[in-house]
Design a protein around this ligand. Sequence first.
Ligand code: PAN
Ligand code: ZN
Length: 185
Amino acid sequence: MTDPFTTMLDLERGLVEPERKLTERTLADMDGMYLDPVPSSRAGEVVYTVSEIPVPVSGSNLLSSTTVIQPGRVGDEFHMTKGHYHAIRDRAEIYVTLAGEGRLVMGTEDGRHQVEPMRRGTVNYVAGGWAHRSVNAGDDPLVFYAVYVADAGYDYATIEEEGFPVLVVAGDDGPRVVPNPRRQR
Ligand code: PAN
Ligand code: ZN
């Protein structure tokens, strides 16, 4: 059994107190996920950080984490997370956005996709079976808090191979959702 505990969450910056395991993803970690290659001069740039509030991994605990995606682009594509399916496919998740402006791109293995808005106050429900990637489509950090079944796990490989059906790119009138030319079936 797990004992109850409390964490303080900085609603502006997404930091948790006490400080927890922090994962940092740089553009080098994202190479191959954007249509354009990452310029070597930008390889060390931090795209996003994740801090997790740990609990024992089981189907009856809830893991949660905050993610902060820095603003920026590679080519026309906005900074984003790698994106994943849950290793246990049917595990669902909730994203609560605290700051910034973004899009939540989701896709299924049979090629369906759905794009939902992210901004302060949105509560996105990521249904089981849907891969999910968050995209910072604004000029400020995108900050969100995620809660998910603790045994969900991560399958990154499928997205690394196939990508999502759509991309979010900068257009003349703001962010646009366009088909992913690498994923034509
Ligand atoms: C989130 C994500 C987090 C980082 O906590 O793990 O935003 O995205 P990637 O894991 O795709 O790099 C979540 O969806 N957990 O299940
Ligand atoms: Zn997830």
